[in-house]
Design a protein around this ligand. Structure first.
Ligand code: NAD
Ligand code: WQD
Length: 343
């Protein structure tokens, strides 16, 4: 199959590109490099020995997207293109709503015009909101999100579902990711955050490599076994494999499916720090600080539906995630482009 990855040069898109190529699919990537670099795709080509059709384009630019889709005629679109920083979305909600919703509408309109009927969407566990207790399963009603980023995901799910009602030939797979971390085992591609990382694992690796002095653990007084929050961390290569399965499943399926991509196994912030230190034999200084607004104490997946429907199950463990994250950071202290990290 030929797959168009909108936002495919980013963290999840680059690993998914590699997994799709390794599984024999053709890959077309469209990205505006707002939060990524074409270098990631060059490395994917080197790793796999296979070419990617790469376009610099904005997924909100109807003409550009139409031209690419009309030329490439993909069998399926994976929609990764979006802004994803939770804190930034609180400060710049309009930018988040404009970009994230507009990319979704533009892709759907261009799919309609060019006859593409399959779309896989990067959704998030955040749509379960505050109301649903872990483990989250796909039957639960969506909840109240704690930030504009989360609301864009919730709204985009609705838009995609409405589009599928209006066009019964459409297949929509809403993948709800939990917490993707780790990197390709080669250490050649990985997560490349700009500025101060928002997420836990890139912060840990930047402390370990000496770019930041210490990690602040956001809250040590939660009602959890060690007082820190529990999350469902999933290896990026498992997540990438989940996309391959979802794309292949979409070929013989119509309508909407919501599918969690998680491991079903929660770990605490301190589990992460301790496993990282032990596996990599390196110190990660930390202190317990105040809670971060909007954090839920416990979030993890019921991962049963993905196994039943896609035959997919996460295979890598927390030690693999910690080792692979560190290999990428150690080999590429400045990411792809040598950008200076803001202090
Ligand atoms: P990322 O920022 O690395 O990748 C997103 C890509 O989209 C980037 O390459 C960026 O340049 C591109 N992009 C953004 N706006 C665009 C536009 N208008 N036109 C073209 N390209 C555009 O992030 P990621 O971690 O790879 O996430 C991919 C998707 O998965 C995002 O939609 C994100 O919200 C979602 N998601 C991520 C996580 C996570 O923890 N990483 C969790 C749940 C959901
Ligand atoms: C994990 C844990 C923090 C940084 C976010 C988004 C979600 C999805 C994934 C999407 C929490 C703690 C973190 C630090 C810390 N994103 N932490 N010190 O918040 O579960 O999910 O990313 O696209 O929508 O909300 O992930 O990695 O930010 O935090 O103690 O410096 O690590 O409090 O318990 P989160 P995270």
């Amino acid at each position: 199959m030929k797959i168009l990855l909108a936002g495919g040069a980013g963290y999840i898109g680059s690993h998914t590109s590699a997994a799709l190529l390794e599984s024999g699919h053709d890959v077309v990537v469209l990205d505006n490099y707002d939060n990524s670099s074409p270098e990631a795709i060059k490395r994917v080509e080197k790793l796999t020995g296979k070419p990617v059709s790469l376009y610099e384009a904005d997924a909100t630019d109807s003409k550009a997207v139409f031209d690419i889709m009309n030329k490439e005629k993909p069998d399926c679109v994976i929609h990764f293109a979006g802004l994803k920083a939770v804190g930034e979305s609180i400060k710049q909600p309009l930018r988040y709503y404009r970009n994230n919703i507009d990319t979704t509408l533009t892709l759907l309109e261009c799919m309609e015009k060019t006859g593409c009927k399959k779309i896989v969407f990067s959704s998030s566990a955040t749509v379960y909101g505050e109301e649903n207790p872990a483990p989250c399963n796909e039957e639960m009603r969506k909840g109240s999100c704690t930030n504009p980023y989360g609301w864009t995901k919730s709204m985009m799910e609705q838009i995609l579902q409405d589009a599928a009602v209006a066009d019964p030939r459409l297949t929509v797979i809403l993948l709800r990711y939990f917490n993707p971390i780790g990197a390709h085992p080669s250490g050649q591609i990985g997560e490349n955050p700009r500025g101060i990382p928002n997420n836990l694992m890139p912060y840990i690796t930047q402390v370990a490599v000496g770019k930041r002095e210490k990690l602040t653990v956001f809250g040590g007084d939660y009602d959890t076994p060690d007082g820190t929050c529990l999350r469902d961390y999933i290896h990026i290569m498992d997540l990438a494999d989940g996309h391959v399965k979802a794309v292949e499943f979409s070929q013989n399926h119509k309508g909407v499916e919501i599918i969690n991509l998680g491991t079903g196994q929660p770990y605490s912030v301190l589990d992460m720090v301790n496993t990282f230190q032990k596996e990599n034999n390196i110190r990660v200084p930390y202190e317990i600080g105040p809670r971060r607004g909007g954090d839920l104490p416990v979030v993890y997946a019921d991962a049963g539906k993905a196994e039943k429907l896609l035959g997919w199950k996460a295979k890598r463990n927390l030690a693999d995630m910690c080792r692979d994250s560190w290999r990428w950071q150690k080999n590429n202290p400045n990411g792809y482009d040598g950008l200076e990290i803001e202090k």
